[in-house]
Design a protein around this ligand. Structure first.
Ligand SMILES: Cc1cc2nc3c(=O)[nH]c(=O)nc-3n(C[C@H](O)[C@H](O)[C@H](O)COP(=O)(O)OP(=O)(O)OC[C@H]3O[C@@H](n4cnc5c(N)ncnc54)[C@H](O)[C@@H]3O)c2cc1C
Length: 396
């Protein structure tokens, strides 16, 4: 039974994949945790390419065995220049066996991942779920007071703000955020196809953005098709047959005949970064802490590292008798996340800009960079390892 009169060590606000992972990780570390999240089916058809460290985390949290069978292994990643520009980059192929791995990770639909996280969350005795939203979040000196939509009051020493792009907890902590509209949108849908994908994810770089085909179990792939917003709106309005044909053309028929499945979503793309990751007893995880376009499958992978770090730091603080919402503990989280998030935001932004740029020297630079990646093994291997997780030691 929920007990709102207690003081929790941590209250996680938001039940998306980042919030659920943070709640499970905190509770698994022994932290007395509240989760404020409406129970509702996951609303869109996005999938996530979970890279190396993310599946290891989900394995440790006893989540991965519950959804592994819904995921497809990603063994090879191909980047193909699909612009018709004067200077085109050579194809680059990253193969997991080059860095001694059977696969880079797994692609899974977010719905199945969230179901597995919810199942695990329900098992943990020190995790109390409130099937509600936070209507008011008031960080005070010694505690945060939270009022739920149904009028319950609860208290926590630390709030983990996993409440997405509009993040009320970020606002409550007074953390400002910068936002840049990219005037591009990502259309997502799933397809079945006649030829096997063989665990190969292929990213076609068009002059409007990447179009990515990521393996799902069987002869199926998820598609993330980034283009200028007006073009994305045209694509989403096509009939099934027309979109299947357009997709097959865009894929250069590498997957044979393509048939789109039911369900499409459109995501306007932005880059968002808060000035801080934590303040006033609130630590941000997931999209409240960073929004990036879907290039290199980094968004939720970063969100899962946020979740792992806040759980480690909070667990350690409590075992040392520290207040988990104190400025010293929040500063540890800030320093653990800063370099990872900042470097990825910059890399993704540069990759996207270089793709869209019509400036000839920029195209040459991009082609030279891709050529180096394709031909120079050590650099390619470094890029692969860095793409999976930061290679420097993380603070916890
Ligand atoms: C097209 C596309 C493809 C992507 N592909 C990948 C990929 O391959 N790999 C990858 O790593 N990432 C990928 N991403 C990024 C990834 O999808 C996001 O990082 C991730 O879904 C964000 O999860 P979240 O839990 O932070 O946010 P959300 O899923 O938005 O969850 C926030 C939750 O907070 C709740 N909430 C809000 N306000 C309140 C409140 N007051 N009280 C309680 N709850 C509240 C909301 O209802 C919601 O459930 C992709 C993104 C896009 C757009």
């Amino acid at each position: 039974m929920n007990d709102a009169s207690q003081v929790y060590d941590a209250a996680v606000i938001g039940g998306g994949p980042a919030g659920l992972t943070a709640a499970v990780a905190l509770a698994a570390t022994g932290v007395k945790t509240a989760l404020l999240a409406r129970r509702a089916p996951y609303a869109d058809n996005r999938t996530t390419a979970l890279l190396g460290a993310s599946t290891e985390l989900l394995e440790r949290l006893e989540v991965w065995p519950r959804c592994r069978d819904k995921a497809a292994a990603l063994r090879i990643m191909r980047l193909v220049d699909d612009t018709d520009r004067l200077i085109r980059a050579p194809e680059v192929r990253f193969s997991s066996d080059e860095i001694g791995l059977e696969q880079f990770g797994y692609n899974i639909d977010n719905r199945s991942l969230v179901v597995a996280l919810e199942e695990r969350a329900a098992e943990l005795s020190n995790l109390t779920r409130f099937d509600d939203e936070a209507a008011a979040i008031d960080p005070e000196d010694a505690i945060v007071a939270i009022r739920t939509g149904k009028g319950e009051q609860l208290f926590a020493r630390l709030v983990v703000g996993a409440d997405g792009r509009q993040s009320p907890s970020r606002e409550a902590a007074g953390i400002k955020t910068s936002r840049r509209d990219l005037h591009q949108s990502a259309l997502t849908f799933n397809i079945s196809h006649s030829r096997p994908h063989n665990g190969i994810s292929t990213e076609f770089h068009t002059a409007q953005g990447p179009c990515v085909f990521v393996p799902l179990p069987g002869n199926r792939c998820s598609v993330v098709w980034v283009s200028e917003t007006r073009e994305a709106e045209r694509l989403i309005s096509l009939g099934d047959e027309e979109l299947s044909e357009a997709t097959e053309r865009q894929s250069h028929s590498i997957l044979g005949r393509v048939q789109v499945e039911a369900g499409r979503n459109l995501f306007p793309l932005t880059i968002e970064r808060p000035e801080q990751f934590a303040s006033h007893r609130v630590a941000l995880v997931g999209e409240s802490a960073h929004v990036v376009p879907p290039i290199g499958a980094q968004g939720l992978n970063m969100g899962l590292r946020d979740a792992a770090d806040i759980a480690d730091i909070t667990g350690n603080a409590i075992s040392r008798g520290e207040d988990p919402g104190s400025p010293a503990v929040l500063a540890r989280y800030q320093s653990a996340r800063r370099a990872d998030v900042a470097s990825r935001l910059i890399a993704i932004d540069v990759a996207n800009r270089s793709l869209l740029s019509d400036f000839l020297p920029m195209q040459s630079l991009r082609a030279a960079g891709m050529h180096l990646l394709g031909s120079f093994g050590p650099l390619r291997r470094l890029a692969m390892r860095e793409g999976l997780a930061p290679t420097w030691k993380r603070v916890s």
